[in-house]
Design a binder for this molecule. Structure first.
Ligand SMILES: *Cc1c(COP(=O)(O)O)cnc(C)c1O
Length: 378
């Protein structure tokens, strides 16, 4: 009997189209950032997501870093971030020279709670800090309440740079994730819903913003043969080889969203009736991509903890992962200001991310469910 293969959390899902594009790009001689392939990917991404402009980067973190650098942050400046997120949405704030202020998430969508946002501005003022931007996230494939967040930010005259790294393919009232902010960053890291191996994109309807970001990501070189520079930039350009893979991945985005949602539905069907089991909510108007299916275990109803379940899955060679550890609980941010409603802390303590890759078969999901059912059974 052959050993069943390991089931990963969210592995790259590559096919013949990706391979063909990659080889064609290689054979055409486009391996660096030069040439038409990166541009073609930028245009295709902008078209698929409804943005007027987009510039490709080496990662989602790089896209945020460039966007925040354009704000010219200084000591004494603060940027408001959700506490429940991956650090890639926060480290650019620190590198750009500001202090992050964390805000708890809403139970309805697990994203930055707009009702608490006003308190974060008040707290910053009391501490003598100047808030210069709000950087919410679209967690696990679901859009944040951008209209409500934007209303508060607008009232304070600061821009919203949206970390939509996890939300390629997500929509809110039919509009793609990232709209409603001044600019949005996306990620094509290996575990995301579409991947270029590693890569990112900054998108906006503001032509000047994207032109400046594109220049900053390419060493801030001014148009002169002798390399003229009026400011310092980064080397954050996407490679053509990555863009080629991205072009092929983008063509099947809708199918990938449908597959992830079907995986979520299968988990919910098989496990939803177990006592104490719940799943991440999908808020009104939103199409959650279910980039990751996240399950919750109510400790007042079941004695099985997320860690107990994770270890049982690991013993069966299945990868599951805790919910993001909130930023205000991270040692590196122990002194940061935090508007706490104890929502993220509970999600971290009770949540578990299940294998969700679009390449997984129904039989794979059933294997995961079999292990979980055996563990959950009283
Ligand atoms: C993946 C991710 C990022 C960073 O994207 P990279 O392409 O890995 O740099 C930022 N924020 C969130 C929420 C992410 O999940």
């Amino acid at each position: 009997m052959t050993q069943a293969a390991r089931i990963p959390l969210s592995a790259p899902d590559m096919g013949a189209a990706e391979r063909a594009r990659l080889l064609r790009t290689f054979d055409d001689g486009w391996v660096s950032s030069a040439g038409p392939v990166v541009e073609a990917f930028e245009r295709a991404f902008a078209e698929a997501t409804g943005f007027a402009h987009a510039t490709a980067m080496s990662s989602g973190t790089a896209a945020l870093q460039v966007a925040l650098t354009m704000l010219d942050l200084r000591p004494g400046d603060a940027v408001i971030c959700p506490t429940l997120t991956f650090i890639g949405g926060v480290s650019p704030v620190v590198h750009a020279g500001a202090r992050p202020i964390f805000v708890d998430c809403a139970a309805s969508d697990w994203n930055l709670n707009p009702v608490l946002l006003e308190q974060a501005f008040d707290r910053a003022g009391a501490e003598g800090l100047t808030v210069r931007a709000v950087v919410p996230a679209d967690l696990y494939g679901q859009c944040c309440d951008i209209a409500a967040i934007r209303a508060v930010a607008d009232a304070h005259g600061v821009p919203v740079i949206l970390d939509s790294a996890e939300a390629v393919g997500a929509t809110f009232n039919g509009r793609h994730a990232g709209h409603g902010a001044q600019a949005a960053a996306f990620s094509f890291n290996g575990n995301k819903i579409i991947t270029t191996g590693g890569g990112g994109m900054l998108a906006s309807d503001d032509a000047d913003l994207i032109a400046r970001a594109r220049n900053l990501a390419a060493a801030a070189r001014l148009p002169a043969v002798h390399y003229e520079h009026a400011e310092v930039g980064f080397n954050y350009r996407m490679l053509s080889l990555a863009a080629a893979v991205g072009l092929a991945q983008l063509e099947t985005l809708e199918a990938r969203v449908a597959r992830r949602r079907a995986i979520f539905a299968r988990y919910q069907d098989r496990l939803g009736s177990h006592d104490g089991v719940a799943f991440a909510p999908e808020a009104p108007g939103r199409r959650h991509t279910r980039w990751l299916t996240v399950m919750l275990l109510d400790p007042e109803i079941t004695t099985v903890s997320p860690e107990h379940l994770r270890l049982a899955l690991e013993a069966a060679d299945i990868e599951a992962r805790p919910v993001w550890k909130p930023m205000h609980l991270q040692p590196v941010f122990r002194d940061a200001l935090m508007i706490n409603d104890r929502v993220a802390e509970v999600l971290f303590a009770t949540g578990l991310c299940l294998p969700s890759g679009s390449g997984l078969t129904d039989a794979d999901i059933d294997r995961v469910c079999d292990v979980m059912e055996a563990t959950l059974r009283p």
